[in-house]
Design a protein around this ligand. Structure first.
Ligand code: GDG
Length: 472
């Protein structure tokens, strides 16, 4: 029986030391939940970095054992790997390039070598577990060279690749000196998935122009096989968000927080600290709203949750300082003894509290400058069990292609965002319900489990089609 191996840079766990011993704690992200239906079955396994640098061989052995019990296997990264492969090439070259922030791109050959080396380390770790006809599903931009490395070692394996972040236009991709190796790396897969049709189109165009491989209707013709490329918009665990919003715990939290807020309208924003999320631009728009509409003073607050992320990288440190400054400026200018315009939290919250924030807020303001998908906006809609609330969503988020009943905005158009907030604050309840209901219907249907099934079905289909073509 062949098995399925899931591979991602980070395993869905975090490590902590308890009584001098390492212990893994599962992290319940959307991807982990969706893929849980796969890696927890039979002989299947998830391979990746557990998120902490561990050099001591005895401690590594402890971790291997603990993860083995959770159907996972670690790839251990050194501090140098973390700095050069993860913070370096992945987050200072690929991430800015793929999100169209070319001014932050670093071109460092040592980082590239580390990227190559760590992709090889992943390949070796997989080869220790894989049989020739296994299915291997590789995730995301940190591992773009891996499909080709695996293909060379396991020519008959079924290999899928999914990219969670945008794929840029050819004009951006070609700025990266190692673009050809990157594209050839990904093309080791049988099926290559993106969140949106546009990402897929950019990828196919870059493959044609840089590698010379031609394609038709989403099929690339490689030397001795075909490769399918398509869009697979990722969903959320809809049932989990709905259930939590209905739970006694969350309902009690909502009642308690609402009492503290009085009749203030609440605008919610939640992001990881990242320049792609458009956090300063959003604060500028909120500032403008308060300038334009004095009648809203004391009546509307913005609750801004920023989850710490990559704060060792210079551009992220600077972004954090910019946000701190802007929040300080708005609050010092407008706050009163019983009104704080921006309620700012630089930390993450437990799931039940997150659910309460989604449930109780009148507006979710999700305005990334660029986002592969964006799950926060989907989670907000799923948590609206009373079917009121307004989602304001950036056209630059992959999710905007599906959520056409949101109030869509261009995040660079400050006045447009101000107008959208004003429109949302004044939207009749019936219209809010109509929009939320329609978005809920599609999010419930296209959830993360369906996403996994569709991708895996297509992967099997592509492999069968290849076998058919080679037997002719
Ligand atoms: C990448 C792509 C793509 C946030 N704050 C808290 C918390 N969160 C959770 C949310 C959500 C997740 O973090 C953020 O997911 P996003 O999709 O919005 O953004 P990225 O992290 O940038 O993800 C993105 C995604 O991959 C999937 O393919 O959509 O485009 O950039 O699930 O709920 N969770 C908890 N407390 C918090 O305070 N518990």
């Amino acid at each position: 029986m062949s098995k399925t191996i899931i591979v991602s840079n980070r395993l869905p766990v975090s490590l902590r030391v308890k009584k001098g011993q390492y212990e893994s704690k599962p992290s319940a992200g959307g991807l982990a939940t969706g893929l849980g239906s796969i890696y927890k079955e039979g002989e299947n396994i998830w391979i990746g970095w557990p998120g902490t640098v561990v050099e001591n061989p005895e401690q590594r052995a402890e971790i291997i054992l603990d993860l083995h019990n959770h159907k996972m296997a670690p790839v251990f990264l050194s501090q140098q790997d973390v700095e050069e492969f993860y913070e370096g090439f992945s987050n200072e070259t690929l991430w800015p390039a793929f999100h169209y922030f070319t001014q932050y791109m670093i071109y460092n050959p040592e980082h590239w070598q580390a990227y190559y080396r760590v992709n090889e380390m992943f390949c070796e770790a997989i080869l220790k577990k894989a049989e020739p006809d296994d299915t291997i599903w590789v995730h995301d931009y940190q591992l773009m060279l891996l499909p080709k490395m695996l293909r060379e070692a396991l020519p008959d394996a079924t290999i899928g690749f999914f990219q969670h972040i945008p794929f840029p236009s050819y004009e951006i991709l070609r700025m990266i000196p190692w673009r050809k190796e990157i594209l050839e790396g990904v093309c080791g897969a049988d099926l290559i998935g993106f969140h949106t049709y546009d990402d897929m189109r950019h990828f196919l165009s870059a493959v044609g122009r840089i590698t010379g491989l031609s394609s038709e209707s989403g099929y690339i013709q490689a030397e001795n096989r075909i490769i399918n490329v398509d869009s697979f918009p990722m969903g959320i665990d809809y049932g989990k968000f709905e259930k939590q919003a209905k739970s006694k715990k969350t309902q009690n939290l909502v009642a308690e927080y609402r009492k503290q807020l009085g009749d203030h309208k609440l605008i919610l924003t939640i992001d990881r600290l990242d320049y792609s999320k458009g956090i300063p631009q959003r604060l500028h728009a909120f500032h403008q709203l308060l300038l334009d509409h004095k009648e809203l003073h004391g009546k509307v607050s913005m609750m801004m949750i920023v989850v710490p992320s990559r704060d060792q990288v210079q551009s992220y440190k600077e972004l954090k300082e910019e946000i701190d400054l802007l929040v300080g400026r708005i609050n010092s200018e407008y706050s009163t003894l019983n009104w704080m315009p921006v309620q700012y939290f630089y930390r993450g919250f437990p799931f039940d509290e997150l659910s309460a924030f989604y449930s109780m807020s009148d507006i979710a303001l999700v305005t990334p400058l660029r986002d592969g998908m964006n799950l926060v906006c989907k989670e907000y809609v799923a948590s609206k069990i009373n079917q009121t609330g307004v989602l304001i969503l950036s056209e630059m988020a992959g999710a905007s292609k599906e959520l056409q009943d949101a109030v869509l905005v261009n995040p660079n158009d400050k006045q447009g965002v101000v107008d959208a907030i004003y429109q949302a604050l004044n939207m009749p309840t019936e219209e809010q319900t109509e929009r939320i209901k329609s978005m809920q219907k599609s999010l419930r249907k296209y959830d993360v489990f369906q996403w996994v099934d569709v991708f895996m079905d297509r992967l099997r289909h592509v492999k069968a089609k290849q076998a058919e073509l080679t037997s002719k």
